[in-house]
Design a protein around this ligand. Structure first.
Ligand SMILES: [Cu+2]
Length: 323
């Protein structure tokens, strides 16, 4: 060891073992809980739009847990548990190397939590359940690029997911995506398991037995059945399109397919290291995401579906219109 005099053996081992992986000097994640729920509710955002990555080293994420009635299909209102009042919750956008500074405030009726699939943290510290009236704060550093799910992980997780507690977090590679900037859309696929609220013909609530059997009444993109079949997303001829797709489940796989085109590049997990080429359909597991690129050569209407067609029939169907 004489040649390495002055370098502690353990530090050498750690540096060698971790080469090419997560950095060695990661500070421990600490969480604080305060008895204060006075935080303002951030305004709703377009669920299909990817917001800009904030400048600087820190992405401040403010999420307020709220019980809200949301529209999940035409004429169907659903009593949901939400992040910031919408299902899915807001799209979060960060870049590798940035610190994601999370403030979670519980203004709902029961305990909830948040689990970021993009984070490397001890779940018992960061993903702890907070009671109504409390605020949780913790921060983590984005280490891996990709398209990730975030969700409430309070037991039973199946119930909190089926009630609507999920969203997408996109982490850009440090030097941006391969193939440069493109028109982008975010799509979160998810299932709803419902039963009518007694005496309220247009109002529904969750049905846990249906959720356990994975027999949904609706399967949606961005929380509302068929919404993009009615109001298609605009794309342009000969201009590449980038989709950030998250499957929130809770239980069904997505077989994501755009009719009339081929996915030129598909990135498993949304990580540029996991590139596939020339796909007809991308399999996206519950709790996973993908980044997909395609280009159309002619004006027209290009439907997108999950090719698990039972689920498409329940609402997981939309369209792009190219001009
Ligand atoms: Cu919850």
């Amino acid at each position: 060891m004489k040649a390495f005099a002055g370098i502690p053996l353990l530090a050498m081992f750690v540096a060698t073992a971790c080469a090419g992986h997560a950095p060695v000097n990661v500070p421990p994640v600490r969480a604080t809980v305060t008895n204060d729920a006075s935080a303002a509710i951030p305004p709703p955002t377009d669920p299909a739009a990817l917001p800009a990555v904030p400048d600087g080293d820190t992405v401040a994420v403010h999420l307020v847990l709220l019980d809200r009635t949301v529209a999940i299909a035409p004429g169907v209102r659903y009593r949901a548990w939400t992040f910031n009042g919408t299902v899915p919750g807001p799209v979060i956008h960060a870049r590798v190397g940035q610190t994601v500074d999370v403030t979670l405030t519980n203004r709902s009726a029961i305990g909830h939590s948040i689990d970021f699939h993009a984070a490397l943290v001890p779940p018992n510290v960061a993903y702890q359940t907070i009671a109504p009236g409390q605020t949780l704060h913790f921060a983590w550093v984005a280490r891996y690029p990709g398209v990730f799910l975030y969700h409430c992980s309070t037991p039973p997780v199946l119930m909190h997911l089926s009630e609507g507690m999920y969203g997408a977090i996109v982490v850009d590679p440090e030097r941006g995506w391969p193939h440069g900037a493109m028109r982008s859309y975010v799509l979160v696929q998810s299932e709803f398991y419902t039963q009518a609220v007694a005496g309220r013909p247009d109002l529904y609530e969750g049905n846990f037995v249906k959720a356990q059997k994975a027999l949904p009444d609706y399967v949606t993109f961005n929380g509302a059945a068929m919404q993009y079949a009615t109001n298609p997303l605009k794309i342009a001829v000969d201009r590449p399109v980038r989709l950030f797709v998250v499957n929130a489940g809770p239980s069904h796989f997505s077989a994501f397919h755009v009719v009339g085109t081929i996915l030129q590049t598909a990135y498993v997990g949304g990580n540029p290291a996991n590139a596939l080429h020339g796909l007809q359909t991308m399999a996206i597991a519950p709790g996973d995401g993908a980044m997909l690129e395609f280009t159309v050569q002619q004006a027209g209407r290009y439907p997108f579906v999950t090719h698990s067609f039972g689920d498409a029939d329940l609402g997981a169907m939309g369209a792009f219109v190219a001009q």
